[in-house]
Design a protein. Structure first.
Length: 255
């Protein structure tokens, strides 16, 4: 992958709601084939930033370019090349998983093999199930399958593992790593730091609408250590999650 090709270019992006500066002069770029994470506490502005890039929300000023397309000028062209994880409320109640994917594909005027897409997220055995009958982990994986319907070059994953148990979370991580190996670019938001360290080539840390740090995860850790930082509690070589996964196994178990 040519890492000099920028799939996303954001310059001095700003968005206010009344007196609240939700996004306050944000600039960054994401290279082709990169997994880029936006980290931040709730209310930091990460969701607003992503919604502007997805064409869901208009910025007040600044520019957002996706694969050479100005999102504000041509949001429809952008939506054709990105995959957005739909929230669960968006899924039709009376259709099976395969039927939902077929409906979504028709919106993009694309032919798909719904069962093949479901196989990608280990749900091919639930092709005839209703969304509401899935476990939490299955619902999250299905929402990721829905992002693949238009074979996007850029995937947006917003808090993809919130509420998942450790096994389901590791499987979601493996999915993201597979998308990267397929040459897709992934922009994800998360508040799980371990997830960001595991998946992201680079991260931007947002707070109060600004990017306050941006680099490779290990470089950010190194610069903290170079400032003389010492943990109050020494890290062990394993933690309780490792114990849990070792005892229960790492394979996926859906209710």
């Amino acid at each position: 992958m040519d890492h000099e090709t920028h799939i996303v270019e954001v310059d001095d992006l700003r968005k206010s709601y009344g007196d609240l500066k939700a996004v306050d002069g944000v600039s960054f770029s994401v290279s082709a084939g990169e997994v880029f994470g936006i980290l931040g506490p709730n209310g930091a502005g990460k969701t607003t930033t992503v919604e502007i890039l997805e064409g869901m929300r208009a910025q007040d000023s600044g520019s957002a370019i996706v694969n050479g397309i100005d999102v504000q000028e041509d949001p429809r062209a952008v939506k054709k090349i990105i995959g957005i994880q739909l929230q669960s409320s968006a899924f039709f109640d009376r259709l099976s998983l395969a039927e939902i994917l077929d409906v979504m594909a028709s919106l993009y005027h694309r032919e798909i093999d719904a069962r093949e897409l479901l196989r990608e997220v280990e749900l091919d055995d639930r092709a005839d199930a209703l969304f509401k009958d899935l476990s939490g982990g299955q619902q999250q994986r299905f929402s990721v399958a829905s992002t693949l319907v238009n074979d996007p070059i850029l995937l947006f994953l917003d808090e993809p593992t919130t509420g998942l148990d450790p096994q389901a979370r590791r499987h979601m991580w493996a999915l993201v790593q597979r998308f990267k190996s397929e040459g897709r670019t992934v922009l994800l938001t998360t508040h799980y730091m371990e997830e960001a360290e595991e998946l992201c080539d680079r991260v931007a840390i947002m707070d109060h609408g600004k990017i306050v740090a941006m680099d490779r995860p290990e470089a950010l850790v190194d610069s903290l250590l170079n400032k003389g930082f010492k943990k109050k509690r020494t890290e062990k070589l394993a933690n309780l999650e490792d114990v849990f996964l070792d005892i229960t196994g790492r394979e996926l178990r859906d209710e």
